[in-house]
Design a protein around this ligand. Structure first.
Ligand code: NAD
Length: 436
């Protein structure tokens, strides 16, 4: 099939590449000239495990091409995916200007029947808005389908190739048939393609993300309470997670959720509720608790250093919002960094993949270490913000040797508290007793 993908970010590039992998002729469009130039030269502009192999293979086979021309994209695809940003407006609602702007442009270009698929995360009613926007520009027949994406950054290729489910929101038999044909190779193991009305499809994505953010936040509150009553969240987590109704995943406490999806999606759903005269009390609480959780280590750091961070240097391990990605959007590390910089601290930072993005944002305000141990040499404390595997089993003797003092504030509970006690560290983590 001929496929176009408009917007070649984390979702669009993975979508385009994986659809090329199953034999489709894919043209990816982006309005960022540099990005398109890079991709045309065979460079993957983001870090996503396994993407490079598929990317190169499909470019070589000429099934995957890139352009900045929306016109070319609209002409090429029988199915046109929109994988465009839907960032947060100031009032928390989703900014639909990218989606509706492209819809309007499509309306001006379209000459024959196309299926226009919304892959972006958008509030209920957006497919209808897209339809109305295109209809203002053309009389050509087309269908709009809601097809929210559930991939996880860091596992995006695997998630796209083997999705747990595919959601298709449409009432057009023709469009549903085409979408099912396109996705058939990805559900050979029997996972479902769920067909529903477009409004339910749009809400399914927000409901999933809001539920996951709530699950994380619930466990963060339990962790905070563990500290008050002398319980250990690691035991509590395993104790509750073994109940199959609850499940083991998404129960790890930490310094809050981040990323380009959960924060904005929870807020957008809350705002949608308000717009429809419905108050999502639970989401209101989730947003507030997560805001606090992102800075939960700060008062502990202040207490340890007697409220004076001016002459202090901290090493920071982990900057991306989660492991296996270079994405720093809404990363808890950034909240930590900004707070500590404001208090006059010096920061030496290290992340396996996110350094370029962090450098773009902070320039000379930070010291950038090229290796993980360089980030902790001569520092007064180490702060861990992201649970990359390489941080899990460091050489503690080396740490003690190169740090000014053996002090770790761990926002991801990477180490056993007894080990840290035996190693002689001051160790503060989430939902467990502090080791002095
Ligand atoms: P992104 O910012 O990584 O990518 C968006 C791309 O669109 C960028 O490359 C940008 O240059 C391009 N773009 C912007 N305006 C354009 C235009 N007018 N024409 C062509 N290209 C344009 O965003 P993303 O993370 O891929 O997210 C896209 C959507 O998918 C969002 O709605 C997001 O909520 C949703 N989503 C994201 C994820 C994720 O893990 N990142 C997962 C599921 C759903």
């Amino acid at each position: 099939m001929k496929i176009s993908v408009i917007g070649t970010g984390y979702v669009g590039l993975v979508t385009g590449t994986c659809l090329a992998e199953t034999g489709n002729d894919v043209l990816c469009i982006d309005n960022n000239d540099n990005k398109v130039e890079q991709m045309q030269q065979g460079i993957v502009p983001i870090y996503e495990p396994h993407l490079d192999v598929l990317f190169e293979r499909n470019i070589r086979a000429q099934r995957l091409r890139f352009s900045t021309s929306l016109e070319e994209g609209v002409k090429h695809g029988d199915i046109i995916f929109m994988a465009l940003p839907t960032p947060e407006n100031e009032d928390g609602s989703a900014d639909l200007s990218y989606v509706l702007g492209v819809a309007e442009a499509i309306g001006k270009i379209i000459k024959e029947y196309k299926v226009i698929v919304d892959k972006s995360t958008v509030p209920v009613g957006t497919a209808q808005k897209v339809r109305e926007t295109i209809l203002k520009e053309t009389e050509v027949d087309f269908d709009v389908v809601s097809n929210p994406e559930f991939l996880r950054e860091g596992f995006a290729v695997d998630d796209f190739l083997k999705p747990e489910r595919i959601v298709i929101g449409s009432d057009s038999e023709g469009a549903i048939k085409l979408m099912k044909k396109l996705y058939k190779p990805f559900v050979r193991s029997g996972n479902p393609i769920l067909v529903m009305d477009e409004r339910s499809a749009e809400l399914t994505k927000y409901a999933a993300n809001a539920f996951l953010a709530t699950k994380i936040t619930f466990m963060n509150e339990i962790a905070n309470f563990c500290e008050k009553v002398g319980a250990d969240v690691d035991h509590v987590r395993v104790g509750v997670g073994t109940d199959s109704r609850i499940g083991k995943r998404f129960l790890f406490p930490g310094i809050g959720y981040g990323g380009s999806c959960f924060p904005k999606d929870v807020k957008a759903l809350y705002k949608s509720g308000k717009d429809h005269d419905y108050k999502f009390n639970i989401l209101n609480a989730v947003i507030k608790i997560n805001d606090q959780q992102r800075k939960i280590l700060i008062p502990r750091i202040l207490t340890y250093f007697e409220n004076d961070l001016k002459e202090k240097t901290f090493g920071v391990w982990g900057l991306s919002f989660k492991p296996e990605t270079d994405d720093i959007r809404e990363a808890p590390s950034l909240y930590m960094i900004e707070d500590l910089l404001d208090r006059g601290a010096k920061l030496k930072v290290f992340d396996p993949e996110a350094m370029t993005n962090v450098k773009k944002r902070y320039g000379s305000k930070l010291i950038y270490a090229s290796k993980m141990y360089d980030a902790v040499t001569d520092v007064d404390a180490l702060i861990i913000c992201t649970e990359w595997s390489i941080f899990r089993t460091p050489d503690f003797n080396k740490l003690k040797r190169i740090m000014n003092q053996p002090v770790i504030f761990d926002g991801r509970n990477l180490y056993d508290i007894n080990d840290m006690n035996n190693e002689g560290f001051f160790y503060s983590s989430i939902g467990r007793k502090e080791i002095h």
